[in-house]
Design a protein. Structure first.
Lengths: 236, 417
């Protein structure tokens, strides 16, 4: 089956959001293959967050098809899409990834609350797997299980967010400029670890950035402008 | 229960605002329960004041007024009952016993009650408990007096002390020439008995022998010894407590007294009069409950405001929750869980505050108002009230939760500010 070879596939998607301005986005055809690492390049305002929201099932298009890991998102109810996201997608933001008052460990385990299957897959002690991941990511165990997330440096927070996205090896990880708040050396280290972990688990990675220098590390780079057409209509 | 832990840690991270909110709700809970405790305590203490008396008889006035002056020593009789009439009623076949009461004098703010020694046997309180003597015994001599527990304690009187009775209730004219000797002190009862000075009916007559119109007749001072020789049969009494031989005769006797031809009389059943009194007091009672309920609602609205104002700065949190797979409803649930935690914690603290306050205030209230507030665990009714406060907290939090729901739907994973 051709579709099951893709981790993500959007076809003839038309999305509109009406606020002060009406925002429209059309995606003719966009796909990420299983295990593929794709860098999506685009300036802010090009529709990055809308595309990610569509793939994550936060919003649904007016028409078209969005298949993620073989499931048609547009056919699911809101609650089912939320559950789907919890089970199959790991998300990393640019910053503010963590609940500041909770421990990093609780932050990492948080998606499991909404994803019973992902939790079951991790066996009796998901915390052990979480700590294994954070150790791989170079975070001391004490810091992960005791401190409040707000006490961590930005770089540490990003690594905790990566551990959360990787926990239970969901088929797809979506990252929205995860390295832009890090300095150059930390960027390299972060990507190194992220790639090593996604490769080990055969996870697809869709990363959005405006930084072209990262491109050489990805299987493929795509200009957002060539995939999505964005129009804005101001009310007269 | 990671969500419960998250909600708890989220509250902990905002400990100043959350702490103040909890304190406000706790205080209002304590107030509400306190009003409830005082109300039921007052009601019980009121209802416990008199028992085993079938009828109270006095000159015709109002039932509540009669109850107030004869039992609670509040207010005054408008008229007296003649001794002949009392004798006639007391002699009726239905009547098992009748205790005359004569009021009107006072001793340093405490009322003086002229009665017979039967009073100490017949007067019952708190479900049939009889009066008991802490010291000494009932009066036997004309110039003997028995004191209620509060009188003895407050004024520091001991057996053998001499006291002087004042004419009227707030008067400087004293029956100084005829002092009384304390021969007995009663045990504490928690009723107006504690605040009463008891003398014999004849003594009341004796101290007024040479008085006319509220003042001693000039130059007509009758000595203590002269008075002993006189006929001290009273001419009138203020009221009487009556017991019947058979309870079914109460209404017949009541009617007979109310229709007594020679003198306008009134007889009331103490229970019925107490009930009437509560209907009057009930208005204030309801107002008090209403006000304290509004205080609770105000505190809960304060909590809703606190949650409301925190929503904007917490939009990122909500976006994170959405990103990891929480539905908008789960975000709402987390917010409501927080407010339920706040109210539940506040209610528990409120109960603690109330019992601490009761424990401290109890002896003071007992001494000042003769109101005994028992330290009992919350009743089923109070437990319902506490539960209602928590439920109300959840309901009030629906308003900010609804806003959080809309924000969360609009924001998704990315916060648009």
């Amino acid at each position: 089956m051709p579709t099951s070879a893709d981790a993500v596939r959007l076809r003839q998607v038309a999305f509109a959001w009406a606020g002060k301005t009406t925002f429209r986005m059309a995606v003719e055809d966009f796909s990420v293959a299983r295990g593929e690492r794709v860098l999506l390049l685009g300036e802010s305002g090009a529709g990055k967050s809308t595309l990610l929201s569509l793939i994550c099932g936060i919003v649904i298009p007016r028409s078209g098809s969005i298949r993620v890991d073989g499931t048609e998102l547009t056919a699911l109810s809101g609650g089912a899409r939320d559950r789907f996201r919890a089970e199959r997608i790991g998300v990393i933001f640019q910053m503010f990834n963590l609940l500041p008052y909770a421990t990093p460990l609780d932050n990492i385990l948080l998606p499991l609350t909404f994803a019973p299957k992902r939790r079951a897959q991790l066996g009796d002690d998901p915390a052990k797997e979480a700590l294994r991941l954070t150790t791989m990511l170079g975070l001391p165990e004490d810091l992960v299980s005791r401190a409040a997330a707000s006490d961590l440096s930005v770089g540490q927070q990003q690594r905790v967010a990566a551990a959360r996205a990787l926990l239970g090896a969901p088929p797809i990880i979506v990252a929205d400029e995860p390295t832009s708040s890090l300095d150059a050396s930390a960027q390299e280290a972060f990507l190194e670890i992220l790639f090593a972990q996604t490769a080990a688990a055969g996870v697809s990675l869709l990363m959005v950035s405006h930084d072209q220098r990262l491109a050489h590390r990805f299987d493929r780079q795509v200009e957002l402008g060539s995939v999505a057409t964005v129009t804005r209509e101001q009310w007269a | 229960m990671i969500l419960l832990r998250l909600a708890f840690r989220s509250l902990l991270s905002r400990y100043v605002t959350v702490g103040l909110t909890i304190f406000a709700v706790a205080l209002s809970t304590a107030l509400f329960l306190g009003v409830e405790k005082v109300r039921t305590g007052a009601r019980a203490s009121f209802a416990d004041t008199i028992s085993s008396t079938d009828l109270i008889m006095g000159a015709r006035s109002g039932g509540v007024q009669l109850l107030l002056y004869s039992v609670f020593r509040i207010g005054n009789a408008t008229n007296n009952v003649s001794w002949d009439t009392f004798q006639e009623i007391a002699a009726r076949p239905e009547v098992a016993w009748a205790v005359p009461l004569s009021l009107g004098d006072s001793h340093r703010g405490f009322r003086v009650l002229g009665t017979t020694v039967d009073y100490f046997q017949r007067y019952k309180y708190r479900g049939g408990r009889a009066l008991a003597f802490a010291e000494g015994s009932q009066f036997s001599d004309l110039y003997d007096t028995v004191l209620g527990a509060d009188v003895a304690e407050r004024l520091g009187y001991r057996l053998g002390d001499h006291i002087v009775v004042a004419h009227g209730l707030a008067s400087f004219s004293e029956h100084a020439d005829k002092p009384f000797t304390v021969v007995g002190v009663l045990e504490k009862t928690g009723t107006p008995v504690d605040r009463t000075v008891f003398v014999s009916l004849e003594a009341i007559e004796a101290i007024h022998v040479d008085w006319q119109g509220g003042a001693q007749r000039p130059g007509a001072s009758a000595s203590q010894q002269d008075v002993r020789a006189m006929d001290l049969t009273p001419t009138a009494i203020t009221a009487a407590l009556i017991g019947v031989k058979s309870r079914i005769q109460v209404f017949a006797l009541q009617r007979a007294i109310n229709e007594f031809a020679k003198e306008p009389l009134l007889a009331v059943l103490p229970g019925v009069a107490l009930q009437e009194l509560w209907e009057i007091v009930g208005v204030a009672e309801t107002a008090l409950i209403g006000v304290s309920a509004i205080v609770v609602v105000t505190a809960l609205l304060g909590m809703a405001t606190m949650i409301f104002s925190s929503l904007n700065e917490r939009r990122r949190e909500m976006a994170i929750l959405r990103a990891v797979g929480a539905s908008p409803l789960a975000v709402v649930g987390l917010l409501m869980l927080e407010s339920v935690l706040i109210t539940a914690l506040a209610v528990v603290i409120g109960i603690g505050m109330l019992y601490a306050a009761l424990w401290i205030a109890r002896p003071l209230v007992d001494r000042a108002f003769g109101l005994y507030l028992p330290l009992t665990p919350p009743t089923a009714r109070e437990a319902c009230v506490l539960l209602a406060i928590v439920v109300l907290g959840a309901i009030v939090s629906l308003f900010p939760a609804a806003r959080a729901y809309r924000l969360s739907l609009a924001d998704g994973m990315t916060v648009r500010i």
